[in-house]
Design a protein around this ligand. Structure first.
Ligand code: C5P
Length: 220
């Protein structure tokens, strides 16, 4: 691990799940723990970066020397991301794909045997950042359960990213909520697989790799 490989670089990370309100007491969300994003924030701070961690609701305390911005919904996360663009953006959050069209003002009462909630697509935060005029070096994640590398490469192109980090979440030992992960990092001109390790160790390897590609891109 190269020490201080991101000295003074402004880096933004999204982490954790988002919550999409149904009414004042209910929401739609997912099982993201935020562990990978928080580990990346810590590793980036250790590498000398000025880190802003934009976090959905999770049970982790913000790493030292990291500016933590707490958000709830995908729309809040997008606004905070655009307000904190730096030189590198890492989208680690498990953003809800859809949200209820409108959150009810009052708690919804039960009456009928069935009910439906109309959902609308949420904005794609990492794609929005990648098409921004002040586009940072943009890194996304691809959690897949099949054809992991194929879908990840497609996402790298479609979302116009500089790097994508693919992980197979069909294996419960790694990925979502687990303490360990194994990933393949893919960029337009190469890829490298990082074998199963703790999220802390993996975060340090990924930050070194991101720093290397970020510097290479600036040099080319
Ligand atoms: O399309 P998919 O959700 O699989 O893409 C995953 C990547 O896109 C992750 O980096 C995630 O943080 C990001 N993403 C996002 N905004 C969304 C959906 C996904 O930034 N609305």
């Amino acid at each position: 691990f190269q020490t201080r490989c991101l000295d003074g670089i402004k880096l933004t990370i999204t982490a954790g799940p988002t919550r999409e309100a149904i009414d004042p007491v209910r929401y739609i969300s997912n099982h993201s723990s935020g562990k990978m994003g928080y580990a990346l924030a810590e590793a980036a701070a250790d590498a000398g970066a000025q880190v802003t961690l934009i976090s959905g609701p999770c049970n982790l305390s913000a790493p030292e020397r990291v500016n933590c911005v707490n958000v709830v919904s995908a729309e809040d996360m997008l606004t905070a991301s655009l307000n904190h663009l730096g030189e590198i953006f890492i989208a680690c959050a498990a953003v809800a794909d859809y949200r209820p069209v409108a959150a009810a003002d009052q708690k919804i009462k039960k009456s009928q045997a069935s009910m439906s909630i109309e959902l609308v697509r949420n904005p794609d935060i990492v794609s929005t950042v990648a098409s921004h005029a002040q586009r940072p070096f943009t890194v996304g994640f691809a959690a897949e359960t099949q054809d992991v590398l194929h879908y990840a490469k497609d996402k790298l192109q479609r979302k116009n990213l500089d790097m994508i980090i693919a992980n197979d979440v069909s294996n419960s030992e790694i990925g979502f909520n687990a303490d360990q992960n194994a990933v393949t990092a893919i960029w337009p001109k190469g890829e490298t697989s990082l074998p199963q390790a703790s999220k802390t160790q993996l975060a340090r390897q990924l930050i070194a790799l991101i720093a290397e590609q970020y510097i290479n891109k600036g040099a080319s």
